[in-house]
Design a protein around this ligand. Sequence first.
Ligand code: NOJ
Length: 522
Amino acid sequence: MDETPWWRDAVVYEIYVRSFADASGDGTGDLAGIRGRLPYLADLGVDAIWLTPFYPSPMADGGYDVADYRDVDPVFGSLADFDDLVADAHAHGLRLMVDIVPNHSSSAHPWFQKALAAPRGSQERDRYVFRDGRAPHGPGENGPGGTGGEPNNWLSTFGGPAWTRVPDGQWYLHLFAPEQPDFNWRNPEVREEFLDILRFWLDRGVDGFRIDVAMGLIKAEGLPDTGPGFRSASPMWSRPEVHDIYREWRRVLDAYPGTRVAIGEVWTDSAEDLARYVRPDELHQSFNFAWLEAPWSATAFRKVIDDTLRAVAAPTWVLSNHDVVRHRTRYGEGSLDPSAGLARARAALLSMLALPGSAYLYQGEELGLPEVIDLPPQARQDPVFKRSNGELPGRDGCRVPLPWSGTAPPYGFGDGGSWLPQPDDWAELTVERQAADTSSTLSFYRRALALRRDLRGTLPDAIEWVPAPGDALFFRRGPLTCAINCGEDPVRLPPHERVLLSSGPLAGADLPADTAAWLTDR
Ligand code: NOJ
C-alpha cells in the first residue's frame, strides 16, 4: 500500500469561484456551477480543488473581504449548495479545500462595525489594530497618498497608506484595501474565533484550507516604521510568533479523521524562510512563488529547483493564480514569436509535473488562456486598478470567466453574460473545441496528468541533474527524465528508450526551443 499522504504529490486545481461556471445565470460563477462541472475536473485528472472565498462579502476585493466566515454569499449559493458540492466532489474522487482569510475581515463584518461604534481603548477595538496618530509633519510624509499623522509609515499592498482615520481621530490598519481592516492576532478572542471557523468547515467535510496572507497575521510589537527591506525584513511580514498560530491550527486539523491539510500563501525572500512554515507541526505546504516568479531561463529554473529541494521538505510548484499575469502571457513577453508564450507555458507545466511534490494549477491554464490585457476601464473591478487611479491594470485580466462552449461570449459560462467581458476571439479556446482536438492544450494537460498518475509512487523524491547543453535543463527521477529547452536553438535529447510525452513537436532526436519532453529508459 502507498503510505504517501494524499497531499504530498497532489495536483490541486484552483477555482476562482466568480469566474468558473455560472449556474444561476446572473453573470457570476457559483457553487452549483462548479458542481455541474465536476465531471470535467475528474476527467482532467486533478486530485483536489481549492475554492477561492465564497463567503458573504461586499466584494471590495473579490470576496477576500469576508463579512461572515460561516456562510455562503447568496450570489454563490447557500450552505446547502456547499454541502452538496462537498459530497459530489468526494463522489468524483476529488478533495475539496477552501480559502480562509484570517489577516483581515471586511469592514462590514459585525466585529468591525462594533469596533467603530465603540470608544478608543475598548475590547471591541482591540480585535483590530486601532492606534492614535502621530503628530503630522505634513501631507505625503508617510508615502504617496499619506496625509500626515498616520501612526507609522506602512503602505497598503494595494497602494496608499495602510491606515484610515475614523471620526474620533483614531486610525485603523489595513495592509490591503480600507474595506479590509487587519485583525489583531495578539488578541485571544481572534485566535479562538478562527479555531472555531476552522472547525465549522472541517465539520462540513472540507479536506483542507488555503490560508490567505499567511505570513501577515502578526505585526512587530510597537508597529515600528518600515525600512527598505520587504518580505522577511519587514515589521509586517513573517514575524516569528506567526508560527505559534499555525501550530495551534495544526492540532485542530490533526484531530479530524482523514488527512486535513493547510497550505499557506507565503511570499518570502528565500526557500529557508518558506521552509519555516512547513515544519512538521505547522502547515503541510506553502506556495512556492519563486517558481512562478522565475523568468523563462534554464539557469533561473535550476536555481529555484535546487533551492527548494534543499530547503523545503514538502515542495510545491505553481505557475499561475488569480493574482498574477497568466504564465502564457508572462513567458511571451519579450519574444518576437507570437506562439512562444503558449509553447513555453506548456513546457513549464511538463517540467513542473515532473518535479517531486505537489502542483497547483489555476483554472483556464489547461486551456492555454492568455491574460486579457485590453479590458475596458469601466469593466475593471480590482481595487488595485481603482486605488492606483488606473495606473496599474490590476488582476482582472487573469480572472475573466472561462469559455466552455459555443462561438461567442459568454461561451457557455452561463446564461446571463459574464461579470467581466470575455474576448471575442476565444471560440478557439473553449473546452468544447479543445476536447475534440488531440493537439490542443487541454488534451495535452489531460495526457500529462494521466501519465503523472501512472507514474505516481514509482518515482524517487530526489532528482539528479544530467548535463545539458545551451540553455536547457535535463533531470532524472528514477526511470523518468525531463528535458526542457529554454534556449533559442534546438538541443540534442539526452539518452532514452522512449518519449513518453512532449509539450510540442520534437525534431527527430532534437528538442526544439521552448519545448519540454518526458523520456524513459524503459
Ligand atoms: C491574497 C489573495 O490571493 C488576493 O486575491 C487578495 O487580494 C489578498 N490576498 C488580500 O486578501
